[in-house]
Design a protein around this ligand. Sequence first.
Ligand code: KIV
Ligand code: ZN
Length: 511
Amino acid sequence: MTSEANKRQPFFYDITLRDGNQSLKKPWNTYEKELIFNHLVELGIQGVEVGFAAASEMDFEACSKLASVAPDNIVISALARCVENDIIKAAESIKAANKRRIHTFIAMSPFNMEYVLNKKPLEVRKQAIEAVQFARKTIGENAQVEFSVEHFGDCGENLDFVIDTLKEIVKAGADVINLPNTVERTRPKTFVDMVERVYNELPKDIIISVHNHNDLGMATATTVESYFAGALQLECALNGLGERAGNTNLYEVAIALHNSGVETGLNLSKIYELALTISDMSGVKIYEKAPLIGPESLAHRSGIHQDGAIKTKDMQKGAYRPIHPSLIGRKDDEKLGFTSQSGKTAIFEIISEAGYPITLQEAQRIAPCAKEIAEKIGELSTKNIIDIYYKQVFNVQGAFKLCKMDKIDNENMNLHFMYHDKEYDIQVLGNGPVDACIKAIQKAGFNCELLHYEQKALNEELMGSGATAMSIMHFKAPNGQTIISRGRDENTVKANIKAIFNGLNIIENMK
Ligand code: KIV
Ligand code: ZN
């Protein structure tokens, strides 16, 4: 394929209402199918396989209903085996649609022809050609006929036979040749090479289509690469619904093509909400790690990833995400969870997000304790992290213990504290309580250099009852680093002194 050919708009053909539906524990009724169909229209889908009309009365009715409400620009298709009755029912069920298509299929893999159909290859060829001729005659010239080689992925050893048959099928009136990897036994490269061969051997006005099941989880890759090998029609399902492990997931293919610079023609911003609706209507839960739509698909737990994610949070391209979530209409942000693998960025983000004051330096100090706990209990909740934050920020344990600070008169203060087991009772003359406390500590022989301090009123509700004042102290540590410590209390003086002792312990613990 030339790079020019790569720019053509893919034709997204939805199979949620047929392949997806037939795999459900409780297939949808007409009303439910119509709801989903309306979402597909809003998504900007180009073709919809509305059902297998001969499967049941309910499916026939659903096909008829959707055909009658379909906008004129959407191809409406019904499935039929290569048997006349199926084809008649399919044509009848979609007669109200403007753009009609019959989709007929038969298996051509040696294994299936022998053990499931119990037919010789030439019998299968004859049946396929006659079915396509019949479908063409039944649906008329102004409509389309799609033919599928069921189990095409397993046709590696008889590919020449399949291609010769397809040439005759095209002459018999098929417009679209669909190549399914019905059971994903064939690896993407092999399958894509087979698709490319068919594309090269059939007339260029024939639409090549792929329909990949996801038994080994490679369907998106196979579909995307098939597009670049010549397939124009991509058969996909919402939420990847479909037989067994499902069909190719439409969202993943659309986004992968979008990321490769291909105009999909779809309203990508509808994806996320649609995924939730489909999960709800099908009863098939979204796997938490499902690409793009899984609740965990925007979560980062390793410290390195958390750091990159936060640094690129507001950018269109993120360090650790394939798209900006808004592209698919997803409003939730990348989420950070704290485990034994996480780091300071997560602590900082989680605490800030919860509305508490914190610096990156404090987050770094808290992280080891949080990691230790997470090693035992797994991911920490926000509440767990807030509890750790309280202890590690406002009640720093260490060698220094404040016992009491008393005002003797307007200028003199007495500070009673302990350093390990030794008690100190020091009286000083100070310019206010902070100055007096620092002087007393220095007088006791400890190095304590206060650079700056400030006080803030606290949101009592957030910070625990009674704590209305918070002091923030900036100390110079012996290694030259500026250390920030905090204290909180209902009394401003007490908040100051607590902040000083927390600072002393932080510096002491650095030794
Ligand atoms: O998986 C398959 O081969 C099919 C065909 C009917 C197209 O669903
Ligand atoms: Zn299928």
